[in-house]
Unconditional design. Structure first.
Length: 61
């Protein structure tokens, strides 16, 4: 389970960074929307990682 959490954290972080890069580039509105969606997905992945790690730490006690 630990490897899945680590993978989730890495994927979420990369998605947030990719979304920020898409939002920061001066492009069309579709590129901004795509950046927002990617960043929102990354934030959800990070929140899921936080929740799963909290559940895992409660189980190990």
């Amino acid at each position: 389970m630990d490897s899945w959490l680590r993978l989730l954290w890495i994927a979420g972080s990369l998605m947030v960074l990719g979304g920020l890069l898409l939002l920061g580039s001066s492009g069309q509105a579709a590129q901004w929307v795509l950046g927002g969606v990617v960043m929102f997905g990354g934030i959800l992945a990070l929140l899921l990682g936080i929740a799963l790690s909290a559940v895992e730490s409660m189980r190990s006690k």
